[in-house]
Structures are given as structure tokens and as C-alpha cells.
Design a protein around this ligand. Structure first.
Ligand code: FAD
Length: 526
């Protein structure tokens, strides 16, 4: 009885909405889809689906689906084709520019809130195959849950993002990169198989051997061809502990030469390389600038004094590396690290090192998130800019951007680390620069409405534009990571030679442009 009343109330709420916006889908029809999950117009669901981590774009959906299964997704996408409305999968809403939003469409809330989900039918939990070392996970599963499930068998995924509260489907629609990518490739190259509900509403299983074209299109495909409902992710034996090390440089070319040397060791035995290679630029110290750091102290335990190391007010570069190890090899890890560190040219005495569990290392950014949340500095606008910069031009980028345009106020971490292009798969939709080595430069900056602590959104947006103008003017062949463009021409430029295939696959798998319209690549055709 209560359920019936709830359904009737939801139907009336949806009906009011439809009438207001003059939409084609009758409310009763949405409910008549007979999903096992839940279709909601609840204010808190609608608000969550209308915004994202970027905090600057907003689009009101018609309704939100909490699916209980792949079949629910199939039913909704089929209805979208028949009735003419859009559908966006929303992973954890950590996009910056509205990529997971669906204006006047239905947002599928893919991420699973386990505690709530226990009360109703919910998507399948991760299933580990210990012998074959893989895990099958729901597309909306957060990486932290994938890690927890795999660890029960002493296993873990190989390739990560720096932050684990992102969804599997969300990172696989982009690339999923972190300090392991030089060695294992991005997350998209560590997937064996996918279940995908295409934009036509058909469920297809795809892999390197089956429906290959769809498999390659979906990985890095910005949600354009289908909704990932299951991913089979490669696992390896999980290390127990991690030695996490930072070392400082004032000379940019010494810094990048060392980073490039370290990633060239990808073919070496585990004992002869680091497992994680990243780095960041320091233009000033402070919580907001260094929120990814939970440690950064001088050897005597005092906070780092940057001006003593970069006396002319210049910038510093911090190499960030990590070595995984098993409890049983704790005795040899120091020697292995020492041998590797001997080859590097960091500022003498500037090594900072800590030892922690594998889980604490992987989950490090979440701890920083909690700190920022407690200070009201997490839910602020994030005009992030992520660029892949070819190795041949990274010194130009340093000279003009780090030492010039940014001034001495960064208002967020600035990551910089190289990756080996051969670890990426060019058949996939992701685009990268064409050189063998390219850098990720991630300007992860936060804005406030005003005040002294953080620059305003307008200020940071203006700086982002200056950076892009410089790159284009200097003919640096950058590629945007987590791209966002306003025109078809810009998207064609972004994909370059891959555009023809990208477009062909869209026509084949989502001919009505139902899916992921928040990416603003293909406007809906109804
Ligand atoms: P959403 O933002 O919800 O969705 C992103 C896009 O994917 C949308 O177009 C959406 O429609 C589509 N999509 C979502 N789920 C599915 C699905 N199941 N099937 C098909 N399409 C789907 N990225 C890195 O690579 N490395 C990092 O280290 C990293 N660190 C980050 C740290 C923070 C604090 C934040 C906020 C982001 C970070 N990112 C990083 C970026 C992140 O990878 C992207 O935001 C990505 O979109 C994942 O976020 P999400 O799961 O919330 O996806």
C-alpha cells in the first residue's frame, strides 16, 4: 500500500514536471517501465544530478534512475529512443564541466550507496575470480570498493587514479591515470571485458576478441556509445606496504630528466624500478596548494621552508615516487631504494620519506579531502585544467606557464608526470600527443567567491585561457585530458585522425544521440 502511494506521488511529481517543460514522455510511462530499481524526482536526487564537482555548470534533469540491474538500464535507454529523451550515466559526478548531466533527460545514478542499497534490490557486488586474477564489477562501483573486494583475496587492480572515490565507468570513459600508468598503462588498458548497454538499448559484451570495435570505442569514449554496466578488471597480488618518497629540485631539466629516466625502467624487474612515478610543481606552500600531501616535513619535523631552497622566489619541483613491497621483503627494500635514488639529481638532503600500508597509500587523497571538507574548502568551484603535453615542449611549458603565467599563487596542486605512450592502446578512443613520452600537467585549482585565500573563478578561468592561448600560439600539440569543448569543430580537432571512427561508431551505436549529451559532442536528434 505504502509503495503504491509512493509510486502515485512520484508519478504526479513527474507529471507536473513534464507539463512544465512540455516534454514528450508521459510520467506513467516512466514508471511503467517496470524497473527493479527506483525512478526518483526527489529534490535531493534531482539536485545531486544537476551539479558536479566542477561546481560551475548546472542542468536540471527530468528524473533520476537508481538502477538495480543492467536490465533497468536497457529498459530506460530503449524508452529514451522510443520517446525521445536523453540519458546520462552519472558515476560519482566528479566531472568538471557538466559531462554527466542530462538537461531535461534522465540521469542514471550508477554509483551504489551500499548501505541504502541493502534496503532494496541493488546492482551486483564485485565478484573476484582468484585463479584467473580478475574482478567483475558493476559500472558504477567506486574504485575504493573494487580495492576492498579484491583485497579479500590478497589481490588488487594494477593501475589507479590518485583518488578512489571515482566510479569504474567514469574513469574508463576517460582513461584513469596515475603514477602507475608508466608501467601498467592507464586503467583502460587493464580491462579484459565489458558489458555495455549501447545507445540503441542493446546489451552487448565486448572485449579484445568479441565486438572489438565497440570495446575500443567505449574505453576513453566519453560515454558516447554505451553505458558500461560491468567491467572485468585485471588484478595482481596486492603489496602490503609502500615506501612513499619525495625529493625536491630547483632545476626543471634535472627534474624531468630524472622522471623520464625512472619511467624508462618500466621493463625492468620489480626490484629495479619504482612502482609509482609522479611529481608536482610548488609555487607556494599551504593546505590548499598541497592538499594531496599528507606529509611534507623537513627531516627535523618542521614544515618545509620553500624560500630557503628556491631563494629567488623561483618555483620548486617535487618528484614523488613509491615502492611497493611485501612484508616478507621488508629487509631488502631499503637497499633497492638506495640503489635507485643514487642515480637521481635532487637537491641534496631534500628527501622526505614515509612508510604506510598499501591501502593508506592508495587512499591518500581521501584523507586530504576530509581535511579540506572540515575547512569548507572542498565544495568550491574547481576550474581544473588537465593537459597532455608532448615531452619535446615541456620545457617551454615550464618557462612560460610555471615560471610566468601562474605568478606565485597556485591555489591548488599542480601535477606533472610523464607517461610512456606505448603503454596506451591507440585503437581506443582516448587521444594523446604523438610523441613516445608525454606529460600530464594537471592544474587542480580551487576558487572562492572572493577574499584573500583563494583567487576568484574569473581570475583562474582567465589564467587557464592564457595557458591555452600560449600553447596554441606556440604550436605545442597538447591534448586535453577530461576534455570539454563548445563546438563540433573543436571536437573534430581534438580527435584528429580518430574523429572519423568516433563519428562512425556514434552513428552505429547511438544514432539518435541519446547518451551523454553533457559532453556536448553530439546534440540530440529529437
Ligand atoms: P562522472 O563525472 O559521473 O562521469 C564522467 C563521464 O563518464 C560522463 O560523461 C558520464 O556520462 C560518463 N559515465 C559515467 N559512468 C559511466 C558508465 N558506467 N558508462 C558509460 N559512461 C559513464 N582522473 C584520473 O584519470 N586520474 C586521477 O588521479 C584523478 N583524480 C581525480 C581526483 C579528484 C578529486 C577528482 C574530482 C577527479 C579526479 N579524476 C582523475 C578525474 C576523474 O577520472 C573524472 O572525473 C571521471 O569522470 C570519473 O569521475 P566519475 O566517476 O564521477 O564520473
Amino acid at each position: 500500500m505504502v509503495t503504491k502511494l509512493l509510486l502515485a506521488a512520484t508519478a504526479m511529481a513527474i507529471c507536473r514536471l513534464m507539463v512544465t517543460v512540455g516534454l514528450p514522455l508521459a510520467p506513467a510511462e516512466l514508471l511503467r517501465l517496470g524497473v527493479d530499481g527506483n525512478i526518483s524526482v526527489d529534490a535531493s536526487d534531482m539536485e545531486a544530478a544537476a551539479v558536479d564537482f566542477g561546481g560551475t555548470s548546472r542542468a536540471e534533469p527530468l528524473a533520476v534512475l537508481h538502477p538495480a540491474s543492467t536490465e533497468d538500464v536497457v529498459k530506460l535507454v530503449k524508452a529514451a529512443n522510443g520517446k525521445g529523451f536523453t540519458v546520462s550515466a552519472r558515476g560519482h559526478g566528479h566531472s568538471i564541466n557538466g559531462q554527466a548531466q542530462a538537461e531535461n533527460g534522465v540521469v542514471i545514478e550508477m554509483s551504489v550507496r551500499r548501505r541504502e542499497a541493502e534496503k532494496r534490490t541493488s546492482p551486483p557486488r564485485p565478484r573476484v575470480n582468484e585463479r584467473e586474477r580478475y574482478v567483475d564489477v558493476w559500472g558504477g562501483e567506486l574504485w575504493i570498493e573494487v580495492l576492498r573486494a579484491a583485497l579479500e583475496y590478497g589481490l588488487a587492480p594494477k593501475s589507479w587514479t590518485d583518488y578512489l572515490y571515482l566510479s569504474v565507468g567514469g574513469t574508463l570513459s576517460n582513461a584513469g591515470i596515475s603514477g602507475q600508468a608508466f608501467n601498467h598503462g592507464p586503467q583502460i588498458t587493464n580491462v579484459h571485458q565489458l558489458d555495455v548497454v549501447t545507445g540503441r538499448g542493446e546489451l552487448m559484451t565486448c572485449s579484445d576478441k568479441e565486438n572489438q570495435e565497440l570495446f575500443h570505442a567505449v574505453l576513453g569514449g566519453l560515454g558516447q556509445f554505451g553505458i558500461i554496466t560491468r567491467a572485468r578488471i585485471a588484478l595482481e597480488p596486492a603489496p602490503h606496504r609502500v615506501r612513499w618518497i619525495r625529493a625536491l629540485y630547483s632545476n626543471f631539466s634535472e627534474f624531468t630528466e630524472d622522471q623520464e629516466y625512472l619511467i624508462s625502467l618500466h621493463g625492468e624487474a620489480a626490484s629495479k624500478k619504482f612502482d609509482y612515478v609522479e611529481g608536482f610543481v610548488i609555487v607556494e606552500e599551504g593546505l590548499i596548494n598541497n592538499w594531496r600531501s599528507s606529509f611534507f616535513f623537513s627531516p627535523r619535523g618542521h614544515p618545509l621552508n620553500i624560500s630557503s631552497l628556491a631563494p629567488d622566489g623561483g618555483v620548486l619541483y617535487c618528484l614523488e615516487i613509491a615502492k611497493n613491497y611485501l612484508q616478507s621483503s621488508a629487509d631488502t627494500v631499503d637497499q633497492e631504494i638506495e640503489a635507485l635514488m643514487k642515480k637521481l639529481n635532487f637537491i641534496a638532503g631534500s628527501i622526505f620519506s614515509t612508510d604506510l600500508s598499501y591501502v593508506d597509500f592508495l587512499d591518500r587523497v581521501h584523507k586530504a579531502e576530509l581535511k579540506l571538507r572540515s575547512k569548507g574548502l572542498w565544495d568550491v568551484p574547481h576550474p581544473w585544467l588537465n593537459l597532455f603535453v608532448p615531452k619535446s615542449r615541456i620545457a617551454d611549458f615550464d618557462r612560460v606557464v610555471f615560471k610566468g603565467i601562474l605568478g606565485n599563487k597556485s591555489s591548488g596542486p599542480i601535477l606533472i608526470y610523464p607517461m610512456n605512450r606505448k603503454k596506451f592502446d591507440d585503437q581506443m578512443s582516448l587521444v594523446t600527443p604523438e610523441e613516445d613520452i608525454f606529460y600530464l600537467v594537471a592544474l587542480l585549482r580551487s576558487a572562492l567567491k572572493g577574499g584573500d585565500e583563494l583567487p576568484t573563478l574569473a581570475y583562474l578561468n582567465n589564467q587557464n585561457s592564457q595557458i591555452l592561448e600560449f600553447c596554441y600560439g606556440a604550436h605545442i600539440n597538447i591534448k586535453h585530458y577530461l576534455p570539454h569543448y563548445g563546438t563540433r569543430h573543436e571536437w573534430m580537432d581534438h580527435f584528429g585522425e580518430k574523429w572519423i571512427q568516433f563519428h562512425k561508431m556514434k552513428m552505429e551505436y547511438d544514432p539518435q544521440h541519446v547518451l551523454a549529451t553533457g559532453q556536448r559532442i553530439f546534440p540530440p536528434l529529437f
